[in-house]
Design a protein around this ligand. Structure first.
Ligand SMILES: Nc1nc2c(ncn2[C@@H]2O[C@H](COP(=O)(O)OP(=O)(O)OP(=O)(O)O)[C@@H](O)[C@H]2O)c(=O)[nH]1
Length: 318
């Protein structure tokens, strides 16, 4: 009699499934969102050349047979100057204590500065979370610069009492070392179940993603004038009724809030030209993301000093 138990080929011991949360921190423009996108492989998180565009905690998810890496993209930690700044920092700190790994992004083409040291000091206060340093944008630095940067990162960590679990140089733009980073991050995760079903890229509601896409479009071209003064609220979003199923149209009504009259003028532009451009750019982005033709109805409103007013902040979703 064959013994089924012993006829089975021996199954090699496989590593157990790992899962966990990773949060990227770093000063504005450090490359957090771009890196999240490079790891997730889809445009879920919003990037822009302007600082402080990431206002919502959006998760990108890396699905692998052996692991699930959930990326929590946080607003940039910074010295708060307004009520909004304080709220964002509180949000970041709560996030950091809850994640498995926190990774600080430090651009390789720039020296470590006071802003970076502030963030590293804040990281040092979160005791249990594993700490990683990522030298981002290595395509913008020479080999020599990168080597020096890695040493500086080591020293800055030691100065704050942090022993980095890893220091990894990457270029999200060039796709350099991104998969190595993924391997290293997965290696730091605890054994755990798959938290999200396959195919989920982000758990941010579509309205929040759409609002961020509009904000991103609105920020383009007003680089220096109003970087922190724009908020977008999607008031209504839904498929237009009475359309054929093969010709859907998504109606989106959104308000773009600025703080002052003068800013409203800038946003609208000469004879409304700027607002039209912003609307078109945002519409194309939304259509690309959601795969549906979009009618975007965009209005500009003034919410006076919204960054300092708790009532306005709540209304705008902070
Ligand atoms: N050359 C190069 N540019 C990069 C790289 N990663 C990011 N950038 C650029 O740096 C700028 C900021 O990148 P983001 O990913 O938006 O930075 P962030 O840290 O998420 O910024 P906030 O959301 O403002 O905190 C953008 O213009 C990116 O295109 C990189 O690897 N190489």
């Amino acid at each position: 009699m064959p013994d089924p138990e012993h006829d089975q080929p021996e199954i090699p011991p496989t590593a157990e499934h790992k899962s966990g949360f990773v949060s990227f921190v770093g000063r504005p423009n450090a490359g957090k969102s771009t890196l999240t996108n490079a790891l997730v492989g889809s445009k879920v998180v919003i990037t822009s050349s302007k600082p402080q565009t990431t206002r919502t905690v959006v998760r990108g998810i890396v699905h692998r047979p052996d692991a699930q890496l959930i990326l929590v993209d946080t607003p940039g930690l910074h010295r708060p100057r307004t009520l909004l700044g304080e709220r964002l920092n509180d949000l970041v700190k709560t996030t950091l204590a809850e994640v498995d790994v926190v990774a600080v992004c430090l651009p390789a083409n720039e020296k470590i500065g006071p802003g970076d040291r502030f963030i590293i000091a804040e990281m040092a206060k979160v005791k249990r979370t594993i700490k990683v340093a990522i030298a981002t944008k290595t395509d913008l630095a020479t080999g020599e610069q990168i080597g020096e940067h890695l040493l500086d990162i080591q020293k800055a960590g030691a100065g704050a009492g942090i022993e980095w679990a890893e220091i990894v140089p990457v270029s999200a733009k060039a796709g350099d070392q991104v998969s190595l980073l993924e391997e290293l991050l997965v290696g730091l995760l605890p054994v755990g179940p798959q938290f999200y079903p396959d195919g989920d890229l982000s758990d941010a509601p579509e309205e929040a993603i759409v609002a961020e896409l509009i904000r991103e479009a609105a920020l383009e071209g007003v680089r220096d004038e109003l970087p922190h003064s724009i908020a977008v609220v999607v008031e209504e979003m839904g498929l237009r009724e009475g359309r054929d199923a093969d010709r859907p149209l998504l109606d989106i009504h959104a308000n773009l809030y600025v703080e002052r009259d003068s800013q409203k003028g800038i946003m609208i532009g000469h004879k409304g030209a700027r607002l039209r451009d912003v609307g078109k750019a945002a519409r194309l982005q939304i259509e690309a993301l959601l795969g549906t033709p979009v009618y975007l109805d965009l209005h500009i409103k003034i919410a006076k000093d919204w960054q300092r007013d708790p009532r306005q902040l709540r209304k705008l979703g902070f």
